[in-house]
Design a protein around this ligand. Structure first.
Ligand code: PGA
Length: 246
């Protein structure tokens, strides 16, 4: 069965002491839920040292090479040595503001797989695409161009986050029907490309204005295996309530 996951993406927020305070208050009392926080890279080390048991620390970004002359960049091996166990790939803010296209995202997927580094693969359609009724084709293309080249063995246990761009940071959460329809479609495509076993083993998270008030309803959808939370993960109590929504 797909692993249940609640992940908090802190983005470019919090200063050192705030990050230290926030992580102290994050507790995972659910044995069967994987909880991950993604602080700014500069704080991965202290957050990893200050975290409670059953909470993992991830990186919001990484470079595709392991070392070398790439001023300002951070490699998987460096991030891992600081305490990160998982990375985000393809977040819509990286796509929109840092020109990360499906080709580069595929290279990042390959770098993570080659280095045995877990990742959450993010996909999501902009408002214009949703309004044109083309969201299913759009997401299918993002998956086909950057993820579905993996073999069945590589795909088993992977994590996808569906995050409609129009819902991120806007307060306009997708309805549980909209989320379930897309998540069901994603699982069907995995089944078609791979098989039933693989489709059942991939976790599909929802992201986009998911908070302590709507998490329960979203997580109760049969194909929603958890959430990638932005704004609401910056408040310890709210984030713990989301974890406890299961
Ligand atoms: P949000 O962000 O919860 O603030 O909408 C989600 C995300 O970008 O992962």
């Amino acid at each position: 069965m797909a692993q249940k996951i609640v992940a908090g993406n802190w983005k470019m927020n919090l200063e050192l002491n705030e990050a230290k305070d926030l992580i102290k208050g994050i507790k995972n009392s659910q044995d069967d839920v994987r909880v991950i926080v993604f602080p700014s890279s500069v704080f991965i080390n202290v957050v990893a040292e200050g975290k409670n048991d059953n909470v993992e620390v991830g990186t919001q970004n990484f470079h595709t090479e392991l070392k070398g002359a790439f001023t300002g960049e951070l490699s998987i091996s460096q991030l891992r040595s600081a305490g990160a166990t998982v990375g985000l790939i393809g977040h819509s803010e990286r796509r929109a503001f840092f020109s990360e296209g499906n080709d580069l995202i595929k290279i990042k997927v390959n770098a993570a797989v080659a280095n045995n580094f877990d990742f959450i693969f993010c996909c999501g359609e902009p408002l214009m695409i949703r309004e044109a009724g083309k969201e299913l084709e759009f997401i299918k293309m993002q998956l086909e161009e950057s993820l579905f080249h993996l073999t069945k063995e590589q795909m088993m246990g992977k994590v996808i986050a569906y995050e409609p761009v129009w819902a991120i940071g806007t307060g306009m959460t997708a309805s549980s029907d909209q989320a379930e329809r897309m998540h069901r479609a994603i699982r069907t495509w995995i089944h078609e490309r791979y098989d039933h076993e693989t489709a059942q083993n991939v976790s599909i998270l929802y992201g986009g204005s998911c908070n302590q008030d709507n998490a329960k309803e979203l997580f109760s959808c049969p194909n929603v295996d958890g959430g990638l939370i932005g704004g609401a993960s910056l408040k310890g109590e709210a984030f713990c309530t989301i974890i406890d929504s299961y």
